[in-house]
Design a protein around this ligand. Structure first.
Ligand code: SF4
Length: 505
């Protein structure tokens, strides 16, 4: 949003609660990868499937996208009108065709490596601007299992440079993307949008926490924000437009905490929609150990191959499941253990652990199902009684997967284990269900009765207060959300710039 608005001639100030982070500070190590995760005010997590806030979010410049895995598939047309088609979930206020030009634009700007023809499930759109990412031994071993089960795999679309692109270097295939990519081959904010924003005069204040969004006496217009600066001073910053881009939990927290006499239940909350429909993808992680050498440390962290045979939402209906999932296949594995081998095998200790590690270092392989989580109104952000150091209530987030989403995860696990066994791995197991990606909380829609914002992220009752990010999603789909969040931001920025006088009036 900052890059687009600055390039549109607007004066932009970005505010970041965490520290500054330069690309030169991105260091490929387990320790530094962990330092990019959230270390701000803790979020209180509840429910049967907690949202894994620290794992999914970032802290400091670049936020979550600084360390994201760069898996960038498109959502499918049926994701946008799911309620009409299946009487499940919600409809989006836009169709795939509204977003398609912005998917095309963003993939040109950021750069995606892939092969659109091999991705037989892919919705219409421009071909990828770069050839596919490399496939290493782990990818080939797992692909064998898909072939034996009569399934197709294609190169995984990744916002990672397979070749030099836009003056950014090609990937080294060393698998340290979660540490931020020190060379700039990963399409994260440091490599793409921050330089564009700065080139057009945007400025950035770090260690500066927004504590409240302010409105005028009518309550119909945002006038700026209250912040606490790095020196602890409380200040008011005035602006004609406020964009909240603090991710799916902090955005609703801030809107709830900004309640005033015109908006006693929080900004954008006249119909009690704010904070509702928090969604995650249940991660279906399936592991195997092969006899052969898999070079599991090679490749981009996000993976090497994709399969979307289970995208049609009724595929696993007999198992009581509803929704889409895709397999992202052959993630690079590091000592960070971000994919949770240690939590999936707590039975291993002592000598059995040592022999496991000897087998795993040679032949380990992993793949992950991105399982759609249906929107549930009771999965929501509310304010806790406890306050942070600046006097803002902590966020409390309840999240329990819909039973049909939990059944979808189980169906994916069963299929994944069968695929890895068919590939020839004698040892196969799965991780417990964990939450990856956080969406919803400020969902978009056509009316205030069922949503917080319009399709451009503008609050229905405060048009110059705009939300950006996956918090806008009415449904989660069965693909990673970052590409769609970027496309929505590009669409929103184009609208704000073209309708500027009316938006800020
Ligand atoms: S695998 Fe490629 S994109 Fe990821 S950190 Fe290494 S060079 Fe960067």
């Amino acid at each position: 949003m900052a890059a687009y608005l600055a390039e549109g001639g607007k004066r932009v100030l970005m505010l970041e609660t965490g520290p500054d982070r330069q690309p030169s500070q991105m260091i490929s190590s387990s320790l530094y990868a962990r330092r990019l995760k959230w270390t701000g005010t803790p979020v209180l997590e509840e429910g049967k499937n907690p949202i894994s806030y620290v794992f999914n979010t970032g802290y400091g410049v670049g936020g979550s996208a600084a360390h994201h895995y760069a898996v960038w598939p498109r959502m499918h047309p049926e994701d946008f009108d799911m309620f009409t088609r299946y009487q499940r979930g919600r409809n989006w206020p836009i169709a795939y065709s509204d977003l398609a030009p912005f998917y095309d634009r963003v993939q040109r700007e950021v750069g995606i490596s892939g092969d659109a023809r091999q991705e037989i499930w892919r919705p219409s759109g421009e071909p990828y601007p770069m050839p596919p990412v490399k496939v290493f031994a782990q990818g080939h071993a797992l692909a064998r299992g898909f072939a034996k089960m009569g399934k197709t795999v294609a190169p995984l679309p990744l916002a990672v440079n397979s070749v030099v692109y836009n003056n950014r270097p090609a990937c080294l295939w060393d698998g340290w993307c979660d540490a931020g990519c020190p060379i700039g081959a990963l399409g994260n904010p440091h490599a793409v949008h921050l330089p564009r924003a700065f080139a057009k005069g945007a400025t950035l204040l770090t260690d500066t926490t927004v504590t409240k969004v302010l409105t005028d006496s009518t309550g119909r217009r945002a006038t700026g924000v209250e912040v606490v600066t790095h020196s602890g001073e409380r200040q008011t910053l005035n602006s004609s437009l406020v964009v909240l881009a603090a991710f799916s939990i902090q955005n609703p927290r801030l809107l709830l905490a900004s309640a005033n006499n015109k908006h006693p239940k929080g900004l954008g909350n006249t119909t009690d929609q704010l904070g509702r429909y928090v969604m995650t993808h249940l991660a279906g992680v399936v592991n195997g150990i092969f006899y052969e050498e898999t070079q599991h440390y090679m490749g981009a962290l996000g993976g090497q191959l994709v399969n979307q045979d289970s995208y049609p939402k009724l595929t696993h209906r007999k198992a009581g499941a509803f929704g889409s999932y895709q397999w992202i296949i052959a993630q690079a594995v590091k000592p960070t253990d971000l994919l949770g081998v240690s939590t999936s095998r707590p039975d291993l200790i002592g000598a059995p652990l040592q022999t496991f590690m000897q087998r795993a270092k040679r032949g380990y392989a992993v793949m992950t199902a991105v399982c759609e989580g249906l929107p549930v109104a009771e999965n929501r952000v509310t304010l806790a009684q406890s306050l942070d150091e600046h006097g803002v209530p902590q966020a409390r987030v309840a999240h329990t997967a819909h039973p049909e989403s939990a059944a979808l995860w189980q169906a994916a696990i069963n299929e994944g284990k069968a695929i890895i066994s068919a590939a020839g791995a004698p040892e196969v197991w799965n991780n417990p269900a964990g939450s990856m990606h956080i969406m919803g909380g400020t969902v978009m829609g056509n009316t205030p009765a069922d949503s917080v914002t319009n399709s451009f992220g503008q609050l229905h009752d405060i048009p110059n207060l705009v939300v950006a990010g996956p918090g806008l999603f009415p449904t989660s789909a069965g693909v990673n959300p970052t590409f769609t969040a970027h496309a929505l931001a590009a669409r929103s920025a184009a609208h704000l710039l073209s309708d500027w006088n009316r938006v800020v009036a």
